[in-house]
Design a protein around this ligand. Structure first.
Ligand code: SAH
Ligand code: SF4
Length: 367
């Protein structure tokens, strides 16, 4: 099987071009077509000689994500459902600048990308895990989410080649650290000046807490930010909603995060979804505050986004404020983020689940 051209680093492409006796500046031209002009076919790369284009087409695939469905409108959160080459669906969510979240005031747009089709970790509250894990995304399928959104935006606005996404959060469907090698290579490409050009400090990887991979990530030469989906500050509460906690309990997760923090500085955020009657009790505040202090991490409180078929609810606003105030009173930097994409199924996995169910209902039954 051919590998996709967008899974290749500049060094790998240079090596291939050398083997073809093709000058290195041709690689620069190719990269310009891929990452700046976001070309969708070899034929459009008109400044590359035809024999080179033929060699490329023979050696690499050039897969483009197909837009299956979109929700939301300009200036709000927009959700894209993509159809992959094998027919599987994944989601990306485009969020307009909101400096209070992960980025800075100068940021234009944040894109939330997926790393797997489905998820094997089965957190009880999450739509992505509801129907299990199907497969890992390839490097190019992670990279293409950024390019496909920018391509779509350029077509909508008539702005060509304009950089749209300058902040990335790896918080879509799937557990990024369970697709470690593809994730790191995709982020290398999206970060590289010859590729996506997105600063490493503007890339946040979210994990449900795979402690060994957090340590491995700490040893990589990148300054990526890390968001920990904590959702419970004691083993008792966390294990009830996140099966991964039985494998890597809070103490083990905390020491892996401490290692990350020791290598990277102030780069960790603790994510805490507030679920009514499950983890919103004030008994969680003290251990959460201690953990936040130990890791020099801020806390993002997110009221739970209702998922169809699941019994969980968000606490009322008074209860949310009570929890946030109790944390602040302990000196923790906590933000209460009333979910922006609430109306459009913005929590991870929900649009895909809905579409797959609708398709299943619409599909003729074959005996
Ligand atoms: N697997 C990774 C990244 C994807 S999930 C992780 O778990 O961190 C991205 C974030 O969305 C996680 O913090 C997850 O806990 C949260 N999430 C999942 N379902 C949600 C829901 N229904 N409402 C609010 N947040 C949700
Ligand atoms: Fe998977 Fe993250 Fe959802 Fe848990 S919260 S099921 S790890 S995508």
């Amino acid at each position: 099987m051919k590998c996709d051209v967008k899974s290749q680093t500049v060094e790998e492409l240079q090596e291939q071009f050398q083997a073809w006796d093709c000058p290195t500046y041709r690689v620069t031209q190719l990269l310009d077509w891929l990452y700046r002009r976001k070309a969708i076919s070899w034929e459009t790369m008109t400044n590359l000689p035809k024999p080179v284009r033929e060699k490329l087409a023979h050696t690499y695939s050039l897969e483009i994500l197909q837009l299956a469905r979109k929700q939301g409108s300009r200036d709000t959160t927009q959700k894209f459902l993509w159809r992959l080459a094998d027919g599987a669906f994944i989601e990306s969510v485009l969020i307009p600048a909101n400096p209070a979240l992960y980025g800075e005031a100068s940021d234009r747009h944040t894109l939330c990308v997926s790393t797997q089709v489905g998820c094997a970790y089965g957190c009880r509250f999450c739509a992505s895990g509801l129907e299990g894990w199907k497969r890992n995304l390839g490097v190019h399928e992670i990279v293409e989410q950024v390019l496909a959104v920018e391509r779509w935006h350029a077509a909508e606005d008539g702005e060509s080649n304009e950089r749209l996404v300058n902040n990335l959060v790896i918080m879509g469907m799937g557990e990024p650290l369970a697709n470690y090698d593809n994730l790191i290579k995709a982020l290398h490409i999206l970060n590289a000046p010859w590729g996506g050009g997105i600063g490493a400090r503007k890339i946040t990887i979210s994990t449900s807490g795979l402690a060994p991979q957090i340590r491995k990530l700490a040893d990589e030469p990148y300054q990526f930010r890390l968001a920990i989906s904590l959702h419970g500050a004691t083993d008792e509460v966390r294990s009830r909603i996140m099966p991964v906690n039985r494998k890597f309990p809070v103490s083990e997760l905390a020491s892996a995060c401490e290692y990350y923090q020791s290598k990277k500085g102030k780069m960790i955020t603790l994510e805490y979804i507030l679920i009514k009657g499950v983890n919103d009790g004030l008994d969680q505040v003290k251990p959460l505050a201690e953990l936040s202090r130990r890791l020099n991490a801020k806390v993002n409180l997110i009221p739970y986004n209702k998922v169809e078929d699941l019994p969980w609810e968000r606490p009322d606003e008074a209860a949310q404020d009570r929890f946030a105030d109790a944390l602040s009173a302990r000196g923790v930097t906590a933000t209460l983020r009333r979910e922006k994409g609430h109306d459009i199924d913005a929590a991870c996995g929900q649009l895909r689940l809905k579409t797959e169910r609708e398709l299943a209902e619409a599909a003729p039954v074959v005996a």
